[in-house]
Design a protein around this ligand. Structure first.
Ligand code: NAG
Ligand code: NAG
Ligand code: NAG
Length: 917
């Protein structure tokens, strides 16, 4: 098997090799690696299931869209006024940020006939591409916005006057500011009236550019070279002001985040790399070298990987910079997936701003080296670096040396930065691992808010949006992450294109192709009991005993915070003990003998397990009961033995508190309808009266029954009885209620049969609403089967490869043991070159395995021949490349066909097409 580990390679600062080898072998090897990964990740990977799921139809979210208008993908929040600006297709809106359903202004910006027909002539679709997609909305000042649109593949920009919400009608060239192609990724940021963009400069989208447009200077841009930008997908750009370094005269810096095709790694395809690049705000370009080009452009690699699983998240989709007044506390959050999207994992990595700064101010440069026939590779630059650090911003120290702007920089420095924009040192994530890894989602957007909980600590709340219209909210603890909830923001399963967060309105704004949605940052009032409120571990929420509601702490004046109950590790024992539901208050269910009955039970938490008890005994499917809709109990063909009390319990494990919390969610008293026996009827009537009393007591206690679904009215209607074989659906499920909660019982045992995957669906529906289907997390059985299948395949392949001697030492040893080969497999060369991939005709191999071992040098020669792939250099062994038998014996002694020194040069390559002899 192919033993190379990408994660190791990408984390260990460049000292690694990706051998170039034949596609089939590589393909197989990589397949093996990823199958292994799938297994590992699925079995050992972190489990992140949102505790609560909120369906779109159950929430009252504010939405905005207009008929005939699509692609609401550009959002801008006004800092000063109550405005959310929305750039859609051919239209710009001004909505109220307090309530996005309120539209205050609208302006249309369509494309004239001529540009449309020109665009169509160039082969673009008239209905889709040749329209004006508004993609840049930036505030110039309080009166004007700068607006750009793709304008039928001829990007144009204009000023939008906010007083009368009109465009000036004198558009200017938008090339280099806005993408031509509406589906191409790009980013912009406005800093002090200057527009910084990462986009492409031409119709084909093949000329990437990071540019600065300012009304007073000419366009400053990147050099058109693959070492500067290599097929980038821009995701984010923002400015970091240098408040702290003001004394040293440091310049403000603009950071760009993107994924590009790596130049420093050789791979059998395009290997993508997430990057952070930065330029200085005061950059004016060079005098002779780098005229009108950035003199401060540097880029570094962002690492987001799981080192222990050898797994790399190498595509960045969005970045959020959590700015703090002290920039040393500023944290950069990013969402990543793997280039191999079928793995179905998304990760959130966080980086310290100071680590990014250090990479740029102290990192080593990489250098393009030409080796052998014009083949180039990137290696660490170990030579002398010009005295003015190339790419550094102008600071006081430079000003002392009469370098007041980039125009004064020496040519040597400029030439160096032109040739060495790439830094070797990577930016590693905090804790050297992702903050959060989630299965079966593709995160597209991220927003983060720092929240002070009642315990006085500050928590980062991470909101991540998916390509299926779902929002995840997670809380970061020191060493783990808790996924508080998932919210179905969009009605339909489409991608969330933009996500903004406003602490002022306590809202999130999500833009998608079909509209804009506003969602609160917390849904505290939906937690109906103290246990639920506390187990949610939501730093925004706390239980108010006085009002018997879960409240947003921001709604409660600070002096009253002491009365609220919150536990960030989910210790629901802090909740006041409430008396359990008396058996006489259980819901009466009367069934005809032989009919079936369904007893609903609503479990809000996906982390809780449901347990049904009948007359104190735990029910199992074996005893003829069935769970439907994950938590409701179905009793078939009710007989007299089935009569009695039924209880639905939820058992929730709070990992941080290291405790189980059990709660009674619903209680039923099931009895048979036996018309011939009058005494039963009498008994039933009396219990019903008891329930009525209980209901009125609840009301008298002043419980907020409008918030929670009230208990079923205490009259036993005739509809509770049904003809045989008709399943009865009770109209209203009993709800979680503080008064229902008995003290946790130590006798509770959970039967695995009853452990069903958590579902966001209500208990009443046996068939799931299609819209809610993607809220499901668990297709475990099917997946398990698939994994097992893959694993078997993988084992077969492993065995085959081992038998064929394609695999290195450990396998060889095993093979030798099994097949009784005489060859000692522990040749030092083997061990040294374990990472190598072997391929040789079987006949040669047999010779090799039987070669006498006493002649060390001959053996190593033979082994080298054995290892030779005809394509490949041996990465670690330092022997250089050895010829294949195809080129004859004269090649066998010709080592080091080109000057590659394994020790000093970190990256290896070999040209597949060239025989070296
Ligand atoms: C615009 O929205 C339409 C309709 O939802 C969608 O089909 C199309 O892909 C979107 N285009 C872009 C560039 O986002
Ligand atoms: C994530 O995106 C990839 C590529 O777009 C797709 O193949 C995959 O099915 C998506 N996964 C999920 C869980 O949506
Ligand atoms: C908590 O409950 C689960 C499921 O019922 C059980 O497997 C586990 O052992 C319990 N843990 C403790 C510490 O009681």
């Amino acid at each position: 098997m192919y033993q190379y580990s990408l994660a190791d390679a990408m984390t260990d600062k460049g000292n690694f090799t990706i051998p170039k080898t034949s596609e089939s072998n590589m393909g197989f090897g990589v397949l093996g690696v990823f199958l292994g990964l799938l297994l590992e990740v699925s079995t050992h990977g972190p489990l992140t299931v949102p505790r609560t799921s909120w369906r779109h139809q159950d929430l009252d979210l504010m939405e905005f869209s207009e008929p005939g208008i699509f692609n609401y993908s550009t959002l801008l929040l006004s800092e000063k006024s109550d405005a959310l600006y929305v750039g859609a297709r051919e239209a710009i809106f001004q909505l109220s940020k307090k309530n996005v359903t309120v539209r205050n202004n609208k302006v249309q910006w369509k494309v004239a006939e001529t540009p449309v027909s020109m665009c169509a002539l160039k082969g673009k679709s008239k209905e889709k591409d040749c329209l004006n997609y508004i993609r840049v909305l930036q505030a110039v000042n309080d009166e004007r916005l700068y607006v750009c649109g793709t304008h039928a593949f001829q990007p144009l920009c204009d000023y939008l006057n906010l007083t009368d919400f009109s465009l000036t009608g004198r558009p200017e060239d938008g090339r280099g500011k806005c993408s031509f192609d509406p589906s191409q990724s790009f980013t912009t940021v406005m800093v002090d009236g200057e527009l910084y963009s990462g986009t492409s400069y031409n119709f084909l989208g093949s000329e990437p550019i990071i540019s600065r447009y300012s009304p007073s200077h000419s366009l400053l841009r990147t050099e058109y070279s693959t070492s500067w930008l290599n097929e980038p997908s821009f995701v984010y750009a923002d400015v970091i002001k240098e408040g702290r370094n003001a004394a040293s005269g440091e310049d403000d810096k603009i950071y760009f985040f993107f994924t590009e095709v790596s130049v420093e790694y050789e791979f059998f395809g395009k290997l993508l790399i997430p990057r952070v690049a930065r330029v200085c705000k005061g950059d004016l370009g060079g005098q002779r070298t780098l005229q009108k080009k950035w003199t401060s452009f540097l880029k570094a690699k962002l690492v987001c990987s799981m080192p222990e699983l050898n797994f790399v998240f190498n595509v960045v989709h969005d970045i959020f910079i959590l700015k703090e007044s002290d920039s040393r506390d500023t944290v950069i959050y990013g969402v990543f997936t793997s280039q191999w999207g079928n793995v179905g994992l998304s990760a959130v990595c966080a980086y310290k701003m100071t680590d990014v700064e250090d990479a740029f101010s102290k990192g080593k440069y990489m250098q393009k080296a030409t080796v052998e026939h014009a083949h180039t590779k990137w290696v660490r630059y170990n030579g002398i670096i010009p005295t003015q650090r190339p790419g550094a911003c102008i600071n006081n120290q430079m000003r002392h040396q009469n370098i007041n702007s980039s125009l004064n920089l020496p040519d040597k420095t400029l030439q160096f930065v032109k040739d060495h924009p790439l830094l070797e040192d990577p930016v590693l994530p905090i804790g050297n691992r992702p903050r959060l890894i989630t299965r079966d989602v593709n995160y597209t957007q991220i927003a983060v808010e720092r929240v002070r909980a009642l315990d006085g600590n500050v928590y980062d709340v991470v909101f991540t949006a998916t390509d299926k219209g779902i929002l995840h909210k997670s809380v970061v603890f020191e060493d783990n992450v808790h996924l508080v909830e998932e919210v179905q923001l969009l009605k339909t399963s489409e991608s969330i294109k933009t996500l903004l967060l406003s602490s002022e309105t306590r809202s999130l704004y999500a833009g998608s192709d079909s509209g804009v949605v506003q969602s609160p940052t917390a849904f505290c009032s939906r937690y109906l009991s103290c246990e639920d409120c506390v187990l949610a571990r939501d730093p925004y929420c706390a239980w108010s005993h006085r009002n018997a509601t879960c409240v947003n702490t921001l709604d409660v004046p600070r002096p009253q915070h002491g009365t609220l109950i919150q536990s960030m590790n989910g210790d629901a024992d802090k909740c006041p003990r409430v008396p359990g539901l008396p058996v006489k208050d259980y819901q009466q269910v009367t069934v005809k003998p032989g009919s079936s009955v369904e007893l609903p039970c609503l479990v809000q938490s996906n982390l809780a397990q449901v347990m049904w008890k009948s007359n104190g005994l735990i029910l199992t499917e074996a005893s003829g009961f069935h769970l439907i809709g994950d938590s409701s109990l179905l009793i078939y063909s009710v007989a007299s033995v089935d009569q009695g009390n039924y209880e639905c319990w939820s058992v929730e494990w709070a990992p941080a508190a290291k405790k189980n919390f059990s709660r009674l969610l619903a209680g039923y008293a099931v009895s048979l309808e036996l018309p011939t026996r009058a005494p039963d009827q009498v008994g039933q009537v009396t219990t019903i009266l008891g329930r009525e009393d209980a209901a009125s007591t609840h009301a008298a206690e002043g419980n907020d029954n409008t918030e929670r679904a009230p208990l079923t009215p205490a009259i036993a209607p005739p509809s509770y009885t049904a003809p045989a074989s008709v399943s009865i659906l009770l109209t209203s499920p009993p709800q979680t209620d503080p008064s229902l909660t008995p003290p946790p019982s130590s006798t509770i045992k959970f039967h695995p049969k009853l452990h069903h995957p958590p579902s966001p669906n209500g208990p009443l529906s046996e068939t799931k609403a299609p819209a809610a289907e993607y809220l499901q997390h668990n297709n475990s059985i099917a997946l398990l089967f698939l994994f097992l299948l893959f694993f078997l395949l993988f084992l077969c392949a492993l065995a085959y490869n081992c038998y064929m001697q394609y695999l290195p030492a450990p396998c060889m040893r095993m093979r030798a043991a099994l097949l009784g080969s005489h060859k000692s497999a522990s040749q030092p060369e083997y061990r040294a070159c374990e990472a190598g991939l072997m391929e040789a005709p079987a006949a040669d191999k047999i010779n090799m395995t039987e070669a006498p071992t006493q002649n060390g040098s001959q053996t190593s020669q033979n082994l080298r021949a054995l290892r030779d792939t005809g394509y490949e250099t041996e990465p670690e062994c330092g022997n250089g490349r050895v010829t294949s038998h195809n080129y004859g014996d004269n090649c066998a002694h010709q080592e080091k066909p080109f000057d590659v020194d394994c020790d000093s040069q970190s990256i290896q390559f070999a040209d597949a097409d060239e025989p070296y002899c």
